[in-house]
Structures are given as structure tokens and as C-alpha cells.
Design a binder for this molecule. Sequence first.
Ligand code: NDP
Ligand code: MG
Length: 330
Amino acid sequence: MKIYYDADADLNLLKEKKLTVIGYGSQGHAHALNLKDSGLDVAVGLRKTSARWKEAEEAGLKVFTVEEASEWGDVIMILLPDQNHKEVYENEIKPHLKTGKALAFAHGFNIFYKQVIPPNDVDVIMIAPKGPGHLVRRTFQNGSGTPCLIAIHQDYTGKAKDIALAWAKGIGGTRAGVIETTFKDETETDLFGEQAVLCGGSAELVKAGFETLVEAGYPPELAYFECMHELKLIVDLYYEGGLTRMNYSVSDTAEYGGMTRGPKVINADTKKVMKQILEDIQTGKFAEEWINENKNGQPVLKKLREENKNHLIEKVGAQLRSMMSWLTNK
Ligand code: NDP
Ligand code: MG
């Protein structure tokens, strides 16, 4: 697989353009500040009521309304929560998408599932950092950079890929390495990962382990430490050196017990369910469900959020974390 680095990207391509970042949240602040620090002309688009307006101005950025910023910019990167793209795009961005401009995203959902349908005479690109915005900012500042994916949905000007690479360079991505993908693959693998493994799978694994110990009469505090707290130590080892590093670092007892018992927990049936989850993503069934959930005011999300909040592991966890002086967001 080809990996693009600094030498493959030309920042000059963006020096003659005005760059708009819509939104100043996790990704928005990182893209805007990194591009500015790369010597580029950047403006942030926000609602008038935004609490972040002042913060962006104090950081030395130009701040306009979403409409003004869309009118002003040649490359317009939408960094709002995905469920708000469609409405904001239709009402405030689309009217200002003149021929030859570029529309950019950091995730493929709205283009791939046709929630945003741009006109034919603009470039449509993706630059998706593989990390939260605060990491994108921090690694830029320390000189290392966060790896990014880029993708081209529409190449009207013939320069779409060069623009995407230049943007990736401006935010520090090409220092770490940039991989080209498609809106389809990025969207489908992202949804699958968060549902089956990262958010869904891991949370249910933790809860099931915790419940098993508590139901067997063990103190919830011990169950919390074993099933949630220590997970971070294990994940850090995966992150640094994969399964081998994890197995090398834990005791032989943990390694043997894990390798012989793990496959009983996650087995052929689990994989069958994972395949079904992937199929619902590929057919668009999940996207349709999520779009309707948002239209209805997120009733299921709100109910499940409340249920999770009231789980014993959350109550015990909050208490135990208050003992951990080094944690800031308890
Ligand atoms: P955030 O939730 O952090 O974005 C919040 C920003 O959006 C705020 O500035 C908020 O303004 C603004 N906003 C929300 N609704 C509106 C609206 N209707 N009109 C104007 N401004 C609005 O988003 P993220 O940074 O998490 O995500 C942005 C994109 O990046 C998404 O496409 C996401 O999939 C993608 N992405 C996110 C990653 C992450 O780790 N977070 C990683 C990689 C990609 P206000 O101050 O007014 O509320
Ligand atoms: Mg993801």
C-alpha cells in the first residue's frame, strides 16, 4: 500500500487558496490551528451563538458565520457532528459552493449515504485523521503528526487529490503518513469498528465480565478494577506492539488462560453476529436506522444512554475514580 509523506504533498497549492473550517470542536480546532500554523489563510465558520467563537478569535483565527465562511473559502472542510451535516450543508453551505471550489470531510458517512449531494462542478475530498482532534493538535505541536486517510469522491478540477494531500500536510498528517482509501471503505470500516469492537463490543464485554463477578458474590470494586480499569493497561500494550507485546508483558498464567479461554467468549457465533452487523452497514440498513433515529429526536439513543448511566459499574467506577488523583475527567 502506498503511503504518502511530506515530500509527496505540495503546501503551495493551498497558499493561493482560502481555507474554511466549519465547526471548532474536536477536529475543527485542530485543523484550523494546524493550518494557520502552517502559514495558510484560514477562517472558522460558526453559529453566532457559539460559545467557541471567542475562543477561536483569541487563538488568532478569523471567525465568520457558517454562510460567510462558505462564501469566503475555496476549500470548505465540514467538521460538525455528522448528524448535523445535511441541514447545515443545505441551508448555509450549498448556496456558496461556486464552480471549482472543494468540499472536504473527515468522515465519509454523509457523502457515501447520500445525505449530502454536492453539485458536479466541485471537488469532494476526505482527509480523516486517525485520532481525536486533541491528538491531531498535540502531535502537530510536538512535530510528529497523526496519520490520516484521504479519499476522492469527485475530482472536478483535476487537482482533488493534490488538494487533499496538501491539507493533510497542513495539519501534520504527511509527517506521520497518509493512506488513500475510498469514501465507501472508510465509512463501512469505521462504522463496523465502532459497533463490533471499539465502542459496542468492548463495552458489552466489560459489562458482562463485571456482572459475572458481581453476580458470583465478589465485591463490585474488585470487579471494576479487573474488568474496566485494567483494560487500559492491556490496550496500551496492543497499541504499542500488538498481541505479541501484550502476551510478552503479561504473566504466562495470563497468557495461557487468555489464549485458551478467550475463544470461548468470542467464538464462531460471535463472528456470525459480526458478519450480520457488517451486512447491515453494507446494505445501508444501519444508516437508514440512524438517520431516522435523528429525525425522531434520538429516542433510542437517549434511553440507552440513561440505562448505561445507571449501570452499577458506572456508580462504582465514579467512586473509585475519585480516589485517582491523576485523572482529570472523572
Ligand atoms: P464536534 O462534535 O466536536 O463538533 C462540534 C462543533 O460543531 C462545535 O464548534 C459546534 O458549534 C459545531 N456545530 C454543531 N452543530 C452546528 C450547527 N448546526 N451549526 C454550526 N455549527 C455547529 O465534532 P467532531 O470534531 O467530533 O467531528 C467532526 C467531524 O470529524 C465528523 O465528521 C467526525 O466523524 C469526524 N471525525 C471525528 C473524529 C473525532 O475523534 N472526534 C476523528 C476523525 C473524524 P457550537 O459551539 O455552536 O456548538
Ligand atoms: Mg472511527
